[in-house]
Design a protein around this ligand. Sequence first.
Ligand code: KG4
Ligand code: ZN
Length: 389
Amino acid sequence: MKILAIETSCDETAIAIIDITGPKNKPVIKILSNIISSQIKLHAKFGGVVPNLAKREHQKNLPIILRKALKESRLLKISKQNINPKLEILDEIFGHELELLKKFKKDIVKISAPDIDAIAVTIGPGLAPALWVGVNFARALSYTWNKPFIPINHMEGHIYSVLCETKRNKSQTTNSKLQSTKILKFPALALLVSGGHTELVLIKDFGKYRIIGETVDDAAGEAFDKVARLLKLGYPGGPVLSKLAEKGNPKNYPLPRPMINSGDYNFSFSGLKTAVLYLLRGNPKAVKKDIAASFQEAVIEVLTQKTIRAAKEYKIKTVILGGGVSANKQLRKTLSKKVSEELKNVEYKVAPVSISGDNALMIALAAFFTGQKKNWKKAKAEANLQLGN
Ligand code: KG4
Ligand code: ZN
């Protein structure tokens, strides 16, 4: 089964094509193409993602990346004429996305239907203007090529990204074969930590999710970004702050562990940010690397302690760490250590750092494991889409 997947929920434009053979419990995944075009530099000037700017960039990038992905996968065939004569349907699909409509009519309609079995796309959660670009592009492709349409939840993508854990060297994700022999054992528990979300998800089976805890205010990644801003480290703050934290002493400025004993599985990180703000006000000469280390330690302690407790309560067999913050070395290390020390016979899975952030490979994987074909005509972006039923 070949799947082409599209991801535009935030500030990365991404397309991946995978070829999966074998059964669900022992698949052989071949990555034909995995392209991620990051807009980070563009948004950095504004100190955060600007939704309409992201939308414009996605419109610009998608046609280019699509060609590149098909070419890399040896699936690109250009036809002399339009392969679909009913162009007015494209007008309806793209609505106000005029730039993309123009490019689609001029260029994409000349690409012959490739040998793929479905088109998957992130429909949410994310920034509505950004999501719509990907959703409409996927709808238009599905219509033009007459291929099934599979809507995917972005957070579900982060869960299945961990199935690419196989250690490989640099050229990691393109044209490599992944033999996922150690497939997920259920029940699994996913700690999903990104810029917009922090949640603990109980997974009873492929596609069966229940959120057992989530942040009541800021997401973990958001907290990293905000504290980095307080420390004047630039945007996005997570990677820079964690690098600085490696050199710091977390014991110099003790910070609170919000909600660590709350008895539930919810989180709160905005108070931690305020604690850093007060610390800086009271002590403008405080050492940045020590604050960074202390903040990071506080976040990691709360995240890991609640994850381990939940894993025990729900007799979990696999612990998953996913989302952009899972790139954090210290978090990866601490959770891995705690799982092996405190949980017996439990597997720990985390994605390679190259795909811990947003990408389309994870969307293709989610489509394979749980995807359901839906009518592209009815598909829409859902900025607040939740996992679970
Ligand atoms: O999943 P993701 O790429 O996008 C969303 O779906 O939100 O997550 C992005 C978040 C940002 O807040 C970023 O600062 C954070 O992940 N992040 C990190 C690290 N790398 C990225 N946070 C802490 N440590 C890191 N090394
Ligand atoms: Zn994400």
